[in-house]
Design a protein around this ligand. Structure first.
Ligand code: AMP
Ligand code: MG
Length: 478
């Protein structure tokens, strides 16, 4: 059966300033490198042509656009927009769910500035791998439907094979979209964007007393939930600019992100993040900073009196800290096998993290060792103070009126065995890009698709790199 496109293009109902009609640029010889059958099926699609995934042919009902947005990049405000992405339209599933279908790397747009509008194969496969891993970990994220090689070269520092990724998202509305509206639109434009966003993502708040304040509250909640999930698995986004913060609460923009091996709150992988603005430990507070930028855009809608609006918005933003903390504590309790709450849990958690940091323990594997009672195999066992910590934790865990099996089940569900380890991702990309060998990536993707199965046949993917790769570097915009 061929694809059943069921496109809507609701975004084009917004005022013209929010987008530019732009067609993908033709590419010479598209070839599917990887295709996400399961995701396609969920979207009601099958056997999608390489020509469609490359932008050479448009799906029925598509009205391609590039979206306008702005954003604070490393704290500096800029006009941005889809410089190398084109939204084909919104696929409506048989359940009535709406998903943006976007081609990334499909040529220049009015927002390309000096860029070529292109993407290369390695980074697009990297996005595919990591976002699919995030999805399997239970973290809200944009998804990848396919990567096609274009048959053309792109030029960065060297000549690289060109590629296009098909990104699937609940929407591509960003904090930066609101910043764009607040800066260059009229109040009416801003309100239309806010109403559209509420209709698309937050229908429950449509009848609230102050829907725009409720919008802020909801986005604060979603980001607090999301960032807590990142922290709990050791994910470092790497480029938390406001244009890379979705209103839907999905993780977006897999440029320089990476997972931490050794537990170190200062960890930064991105080559351009010289001051560590987006270091692991800073992610929650940067999340709140980004939400403050979002709140600023909503001020004129929240209250006619600017001073009142500021007070109301500040109140809403302040809730982030508590919400984040609640989410993180709940997640960490589950990782430690705790069903109930105790006032001293936070100390117990932080003590463990301190011990992990001192002993340079692997973040993921420490929790696995606790889950499977294999702590003797870790560095922690040699750390002074660990024995006391372990006894305290054991007594806390065993004082619960829950069976040992249930405790382990809870831990198994909350401590992934398999994360996309940097050295594994690199091996997969090298094999694919340099040797045209996709088998390494396929095996990795297979392991990543069930991080909580604790299946011993995946053990090789839980292993650490030969040397701790703290010097691992990632790159954006490639
Ligand atoms: P990012 O770092 O991916 O969040 O991108 C920041 C901005 O640069 C966005 O407006 C992108 O559309 C734009 N951009 C990144 N790479 C390219 C490229 N190769 N050509 C044109 N625009 C690009
Ligand atoms: Mg971006």
């Amino acid at each position: 059966m061929k694809s059943r496109w069921n496109f809507d293009n609701s975004y084009t109902g917004l005022p013209d300033i929010f987008y530019s009609k732009t067609n993908p640029t033709r590419v010479s010889s598209p070839k599917i490198i990887i295709y996400n059958e399961q995701l396609a099926t969920g979207l009601g699609l099958s056997n999608i042509d390489a020509d469609i995934l490359a932008g050479n042919k448009l799906p029925e009902g598509a009205q391609p656009i590039a979206q306008a947005y702005a954003g604070h990049q490393f704290g500096h405000f800029n006009m941005l927009g889809d410089g190398r992405a084109i939204l084909l339209g919104e696929q409506i599933t048989s359940q009535g769910e709406r998903f943006d279908i976007q081609l990334k790397g499909s040529g220049r747009t009015p927002y390309s500035r000096g860029g070529d509008g292109r993407a290369s194969l390695g980074p697009m496969l990297r996005e595919y791998i990591i976002c699919e891993a995030m999805h399997a970990l239970g973290i809200p994220t944009t998804r990848s439907l396919a990567v096609v090689a274009t048959g053309e070269s792109v030029y960065r520092e060297t000549e690289l094979p060109g590629a296009i990724l098909t990104r699937v998202a609940r929407s591509h509305i960003r904090v930066g979209t609101f910043q764009f509206a607040a800066k260059w639109g009229t109040k009416k434009d801003l309100q239309m964007l806010a109403d559209y966003t509420i209709e698309r993502h937050f229908q429950d708040i449509q009848n609230s007393d102050n829907p725009y304040l409720s919008l802020l509250d909801e986005v604060v909640k979603r980001q607090a939930t999301l960032i807590a999930k990142w922290q709990l698995v050791g994910f470092i986004h790497g480029v938390m600019n406001t244009d890379n913060v979705t209103i839907s609460g999905e993780t977006i923009d897999y440029g320089p992100c990476a997972f931490m091996d050794t537990y170190d709150p200062e960890t930064v992988f991105s080559s351009i993040d010289i001051h560590g603005r987006y270091a692991y430990k800073n992610q929650p507070q940067i999340g709140m900073w980004n939400l403050a930028r979002f709140a600023e855009t909503l001020l004129p809608l929240i209250h006619d009196n600017q001073d009142e609006a500021v007070i109301i918005a500040q109140n809403a933003i302040t809730k982030f800290d508590d919400l984040y903390k609640q989410n993180w504590l709940a997640g960490m309790r589950a990782k430690l096998g705790l069903f109930d709450e105790n006032i001293k849990d936070e100390i117990l958690m932080n003590d463990l993290l301190t011990l992990m940091q001192k002993s340079r323990s692997d973040y993921t594997n420490t929790f696995i060792a606790l889950t499977f009672d294999k702590i003797a195999e870790t560095n922690l066992i040699y750390e002074s103070g660990f024995k006391e910590w372990y006894e305290q934790w054991q007594s806390r865990v065993n004082n619960q009126k829950v069976s040992k099996e249930d405790i382990q089940e809870l831990m198994k569900k909350n401590n992934p065995a398999i994360i996309p380890r940097n050295h594994r991702v690199e091996d997969a990309l090298n094999a694919a890009v340099q040797n045209g060998d996709l088998s390494v990536m396929e095996r990795l993707l297979n392991a990543l698709s069930s991080p909580y199965s604790h299946n011993s046949s995946y053990a090789e993917f839980a292993a650490l790199p030969p040397q701790q790769n703290c010097s691992y570097r990632t790159f954006c915009g490639t």
